[in-house]
Design a protein around this ligand. Structure first.
Ligand code: CA
Length: 227
């Protein structure tokens, strides 16, 4: 999942970045509203964290412009403590949720994960499709209750596909969301990882959880269970 962090306090920005990377996100950062707006419009994002008090362009203005440009990914705002007007204005501008400063990283992470799940149409942190279960909090996967060991990148691909189970996800979309800008992008790597993921989830080649749609991408095709 690719996330943008727009925050002008450098210590906070870097600490968010470090912790989000450790939690498995691909992270882009911006240090003012102008940079944030550019990144928010141009990068292939799954969600954004935006501080409301920003130099150049205010956080509220960034959010209004992103929404006016039909960017629909979830936005979590960072607000000053005890300032209810900020929260209301942020939500009215198009943000989806807020966290008041100072915060614990765990709260930010839990809210981001909930926003991602809801954007994918899931109500609970446990994603279940056929016999495959993916727990977004523990970052674990099992098939018919038996744990499956995945590497970080395998897990990230599977989480992305399952959050949007039933939808076609292109190879370039997967690549862009797994690697940040500095990383050499190679769609062959995605093919290899998807191949390994298939063998791990479905060693007998019976379930066929991940379909390849020639020239279009991949689709997680096992039916979602209501959760
Ligand atoms: Ca600020």
């Amino acid at each position: 999942m690719r996330i943008l962090v727009v925050e002008d306090e450098s210590a906070l920005r870097e600490s968010l970045k470090t912790q989000l990377v450790a939690a498995g996100f691909t992270v882009d950062v911006a240090q003012d509203g102008k940079e944030g707006l550019f990144a928010g419009l141009e990068y292939p994002l799954d969600l954004a964290v935006i501080d409301l008090g920003l130099p150049q362009v205010s956080g509220l203005e960034v959010i209004r412009k992103l929404r006016a440009a039909h960017k629909t990914y979830p936005i979590l705002i960072l607000t000053a403590r005890d300032n209810w007007q900020d929260k209301v204005e942020g939500l009215q501008a198009g943000a989806d949720d807020y966290v008041a400063k100072p915060f614990q990283f765990e709260e930010v992470l839990a809210r981001l994960q909930a926003l991602l799940r809801r954007a994918g149409g899931w109500a609970t942190p446990q994603l279940q499709c056929g016999p495959v279960t993916l727990d977004t909090r523990a970052q674990t996967v099992s098939v018919d209750g038996a744990p499956v060991e995945l590497t970080t990148f395998e897990y990230r691909i599977l989480e992305h596909l399952m959050l949007r189970a039933g939808e076609v996800i292109s190879k370039s979309e997967l690549t862009e969301r797994l690697y940040d800008q500095d990383f050499e992008r190679d769609s062959n790597v995605i093919e290899v990882l998807v191949g390994r993921l298939r063998r791990k989830l479905d060693p007998q080649d019976q379930l066929k959880p991940i379909e390849t749609l020639r020239g279009r991408g991949y689709r997680f095709s096992l039916a979602r269970q209501a959760g």
